[in-house]
Design a protein around this ligand. Structure first.
Ligand code: DX5
Ligand code: ZN
Length: 230
């Protein structure tokens, strides 16, 4: 069993046939779907609402990893939880009272995720880390699929992994944006366990083969490392 997961991001799929596209990535080891919610305010793009999340929940077998890129999160967290979101991740930059908003997610029965944009320091979420199930490090500016990976996020992942070890915290480290065959081995090595990929999967004609190539790239890097160490 591997110690990381690949989470296909439905943002890069054909929105006219979301369920069909999602079912195409229902493959061994793929049990989460990443769902990007954008409101045209917090980010300059608009995607789905709670009804689409509810449909994905009803018609696909996945756990839903719902990434809210929206303002006024407190008004919408209950709706996404009721729609069947298993994990709800909110941006530190989008709420004035982060601790309260995270509690609201917990009260609504979903797993609690927090995330920061590439320009936001890790320190901004330091005092909620004890309370969360997942920390998402954004490796692109949120809003669009298919952007280039921002390499400074690697150092953030490393630092977060160090903090987690020092404090014996148990949250999952997730990374989102620009993940492909080249960058997946780097974020895995830095300490990320949930690797979100949109364009690198749904932008390819054969989604299963695309997932396999990402896994292979990580495996190749690990076996190179084992060879060097022995
Ligand atoms: C970006 C979204 C990502 C997006 C990633 O704002 O949060 O989840 O789908 O897409 P790729 O993998 O294409 O960078
Ligand atoms: Zn996302």
């Amino acid at each position: 069993m591997s110690d990381y997961k690949i989470l296909p991001s439905i943002l890069s799929a054909d929105h006219g046939k979301l369920v069909e596209e999602a079912l195409e990535v229902h493959l061994p080891g793929i049990d989460y779907l990443h769902v990007d919610i954008m409101d045209g305010h917090f980010v300059p793009n608009i995607t789905f609402g709670p009804q689409v999340v509810a449909s994905l929940k009803r018609h696909t077998p996945f756990h839903l990893d719902v990434h809210l890129m929206i303002d006024r999160v407190d008004e919408y967290i209950p709706q996404f939880a009721q729609a069947g979101a298993d994990i709800i991740t909110i941006h530190q930059e989008a709420t004035r009272h982060l601790h309260r908003s995270l509690n609201l997610i917990r009260e609504q029965g979903a797993k609690v995720g927090v995330t920061i944009n590439p320009a936001t320091p890790l320190e901004n979420i330091r005092w909620v880390l004890e309370e969360v199930d997942l920390v998402l490090i954004m490796s692109v500016n949120p809003g669009f699929g298919g952007q280039a990976f921002i390499h400074s996020s690697l150092e953030k992942i490393r630092q977060l992994a160090r903090w987690r070890e020092e404090h014996r915290w148990s949250f999952i480290i997730e990374v989102d944006g620009g993940i492909n065959e080249q960058t997946a081995p780097l974020v895995y090595e830095a300490g990320a366990e949930f690797l979100v990929a949109g364009n690198a999967i749904f932008g390819q004609p054969d989604r299963g083969a695309a997932i396999q190539r990402i896994r292979q790239a990580i495996e190749d890097q690990q076996s190179r490392k084992r060879t060097i160490l022995t």
